[in-house]
Design a protein around this ligand. Structure first.
Ligand SMILES: Nc1ncnc2c1ncn2[C@@H]1O[C@H](COP(=O)(O)OP(=O)(O)OP(=O)(O)O)[C@@H](O)[C@H]1O
Length: 266
């Protein structure tokens, strides 16, 4: 497979008060352009560490991360991150939160009018046109996540990094936003890496599910391709045999072969 984004032999060691701690070891993954990858694994296995490496917020101890054959070591607008706890600036309106990113990334390439239209376009993509003048405290958690996603998309990143973007939301809002993200990805063809704890979410959204072993020295245990055709509909998929099989395979990995408190298989 072509390596649009390539994680090569990556290891991370943290220096702690109790000595060195190896969080990740020998992580290898090639992500194709336009692919939707989920990373799933038990708490503390190193999912955020891996995402932060791709974001350039953290440096590898060994190995390298390449995006279009160029090494990634610092943050950049080509890799936009959406975190679980929406990180909007509370004193700015919805519009201005997105505008800030647009000005930063497109300040030199788009005119003032084009930037204005671009902010509105991205807010429309996530269904937030009705609330552009509101401030973060005046909108719901799901709406804040939508704005975070609009802000990330507005930067036209090569890779969209989602760190449990729906984790703090109720089930209905979560389902709505998952559908929205699938719809946007189908339209724009984004390359996405998403961390999740939710098996159904992983199966529904992903082209491949990356399953991580437990730490310390966590690594990729298995990669499951999800061959379900798109667009995917959560209602009709519930008893689709391919869906059920994928779901069972992830559950089996997490709760049988790599259950917590069980020594890792060699
Ligand atoms: N800066 C740091 N210094 C020392 N140890 C760290 C540091 N950051 C992460 N760790 C450790 O590395 C391991 C992986 O952490 P990470 O946050 O990547 O896990 P995670 O899979 O994202 O967890 P969760 O699902 O709970 O968010 C954990 O054992 C964590 O304690």
């Amino acid at each position: 497979m072509s390596g649009y984004l390539s994680i090569e032999q990556v290891g991370v060691q943290f220096d702690t008060e109790r000595g060195p701690f190896v969080a990740l070891r020998d992580v290898n993954l090639k992500v194709a352009q336009g692919e939707f990858i989920s990373i799933i694994g038990h708490s503390g296995c190193g999912k955020s560490t891996l995402l932060n490496l791709v974001a350039g917020l953290l440096e590898t101890t060994t190995g390298a991360i390449l995006l279009e054959d160029r090494e990634v070591s610092t943050p950049g607008p080509d890799r936009a991150v959406v975190f679980q706890n929406h990180s909007l600036l509370p004193w700015l309106s919805v519009y201005d939160n997105v505008k800030l990113a647009v000005d930063k990334v497109h300040g030199k390439t788009k005119s003032r009018a084009e930037r204005h239209d671009w902010v509105l376009h991205n807010l429309a993509l996530v269904g937030m046109s009705h609330a552009v003048e509101r401030r973060p405290h005046e909108i719901s958690g799901g709406m804040k996540q939508r704005v975070g996603i609009a802000r990330a998309l507005s930067m036209e990143p090569k890779v969209l990094l989602l760190d449990e973007p729906f984790g703090a939301l109720d089930a209905l809002t979560r389902a709505q936003l998952q559908d929205k993200v699938m719809e946007i990805q189908a339209r724009l063809g984004n390359t996405v890496i998403m961390i999740t704890h939710d098996v159904d979410e992983a199966v529904l959204l992903s082209d491949r599910i990356v399953m991580m072993t437990n730490g310390p020295a966590a690594t990729i245990g298995e990669i499951l391709p999800v061959t379900l055709p798109r667009p995917r509909n959560r209602l009709t998929l519930a008893d689709n045999p391919t869906y059920v099989k994928a779901r069972t395979a992830v559950m089996e990995f997490l709760y049988a072969r790599h259950a917590l408190n069980k020594p890792e298989a060699a």
